[in-house]
Design a binder for this molecule. Structure first.
Ligand code: NAP
Length: 230
């Protein structure tokens, strides 16, 4: 069975997730940071696209000692499995996600990736091949499901999220909207990609909850009928 997919992003009041230079920016505060850390700790795996790895070099580790202890007590690794979607195996061997914090890593790549790069990556991560030119996200989810991952958190960026949404693979979304305007037509948004043309193609959402956190607002959405595309 494919994993249940929860997307979490922070965006500015004008819907941007970073600057036009794709520089990482602080959109939320300490309280939201704790929420995101707990969401991560409650997931079996956490995923980003290669664009986010190259831009931000995240480690995606669980930061709170309490959450890590809780995970250990549940008999699982301190950190969720960290997954990178990377068709061409461009991930730098020194990327933080491959080294920081104990636990498993998976790099999902395609047949387009250089076998030498794949062999080098296998020192640090399990490599899954899904797709010819780019990662086939549906095939990837099938394979991740076979490894036993049932609950997956996706942390971005906008290109990966767009692909997952258009493939009908997202179940829930958290968007934290921070109190700033970043601007710029080329600054990434929460869902980039090609977008829809027809209204019938829109991804429809049900609002589950809204919650003020510090000077921003958290919106919690459920995707209407994602399984109809599965
Ligand atoms: P991304 O979504 O992290 O990664 C996109 C890349 O994934 C693609 O360019 C592609 O590269 C690879 N990919 C492989 N197969 C794919 C498929 N089927 N569909 C979609 N992508 C596929 O990169 P991004 O859109 O450039 O986002 C990075 C930006 O987002 C950064 O500026 C970062 O700071 C920001 N960000 C913000 C937040 C937030 O919450 N505010 C969170 C995360 C990231 P290949 O073709 O090489 O495989």
């Amino acid at each position: 069975m494919r994993p249940y997919v929860v997307v979490n992003v922070a965006m500015s009041a004008d819907g941007k997730i970073s600057t036009r230079e794709r520089r990482q920016v602080k959109i939320s505060g300490a309280q939201d940071f704790v929420r995101v850390d707990r969401l991560k700790a409650g997931s079996e795996a956490v995923m980003v696209g290669i664009g986010t790895v190259l831009a931000d070099d995240p480690s995606l580790t669980v930061k709170s000692e309490e959450c890590r202890t809780h995970r250990r007590n549940r008999g699982v690794d301190e950190h969720p499995v960290r997954i990178v979607v990377d068709s061409r195996a461009r991930i730098p061997p020194e990327a933080s996600i491959l080294h920081k914090g104990a636990g498993k890593r998976i790099v999902v790549t395609s047949h387009r990736a250089d076998p030498k790069k794949i062999a080098a990556l296998q020192q640090y991560a399990t490599v899954i091949i899904a797709g010819e030119d780019e990662v086939d996200l549906t095939a990837m989810m099938d394979k991740l499901g076979e490894t036993g991952i049932q609950r997956l958190m996706v942390e971005g960026g906008g290109t990966l999220i767009a692909g997952l949404i258009s493939a009908g693979l997202v179940d829930e979304i958290y968007t934290y909207i921070g109190n700033m305007i970043i601007g710029g037509k080329n600054a990434p948004t929460f869902v980039d990609g090609n977008g829809c043309i027809l209204e019938s193609e829109f991804c429809r959402l049900t609002l589950i909850e809204t919650h003020r956190i510090e000077n921003g607002v958290l919106l919690h959405w459920k995707v209407v009928n994602p399984e109809k595309k599965k």
